[in-house]
Design a protein around this ligand. Structure first.
Ligand code: ADP
Length: 164
């Protein structure tokens, strides 16, 4: 049984994330979405709301792909989280050059801790490549239309959260 771990903050889940999840589902039997509690980052959505938004999207993706998808909030080291959920593979999305430096370091450090867990990088479809949760929140805050970047239910949740 091939188990993958796709970690992130998912504050909130975007169409970039769902594209990566769909692609990862083709590679593993079970995909664990690791939702970083990340108190330091000061997320807009509390953990419970991020989890329920990811779960709602994953129910659709799981039915579409036949891959089992589970959501797992975590606060410990990523490599320890991979051990906890029995993942042999960590899945990360890669956007242009901005993500590279950080991801390069992460792989190096994680390998030093455990060389048996492999990291694979996936790229989203071109129209979803530029999407970042941070920018989606900024656009929504300034009354911009984010319907091209997030699912309709996430768009509604953003409006409600930002009092729009
Ligand atoms: P963000 O960086 O948008 O706040 P996360 O921290 O939740 O998102 O990111 C989780 C993972 O998803 C990371 O590997 C990140 O590179 C990837 N990711 C996020 N958005 C995209 C996208 N539009 N295309 C490809 N990968 C993405």
């Amino acid at each position: 049984m091939r188990v993958g771990l796709y970690p992130g903050t998912f504050d909130p889940i975007t169409l970039g994330h769902t594209d990566i999840i769909k692609r990862a589902c083709a590679l593993v039997d079970r995909l664990v979405i690791g939702i970083a509690i990340n108190r330091d980052k000061g997320p807009l959505f509390p953990l419970e709301e991020r989890v329920s938004m990811v779960e709602a999207e994953c129910a659709i993706l799981s039915a579409e792909t036949g891959c089992e998808i589970v959501v797992h909030p975590f606060e410990n080291l990523l490599i320890d989280c991979a051990h906890d959920v029995g993942a042999q593979v960590i899945v990360r999305g890669l956007r242009a050059v901005a993500d590279f430096e950080y991801e390069y370091q992460m792989v190096g450090m994680n390998r030093a801790m455990d060389d048996t867990v492999e990291t694979v990088f996936l790229m989203a479809e071109a129209r979803y490549q530029a999407i970042a949760s941070k920018l989606v929140k900024e656009i929504a805050r300034l009354d911009g239309d984010v319907s091209k970047f997030v699912a309709p239910s996430v768009n509604e949740a953003l409006k409600e959260k930002l009092g729009k």
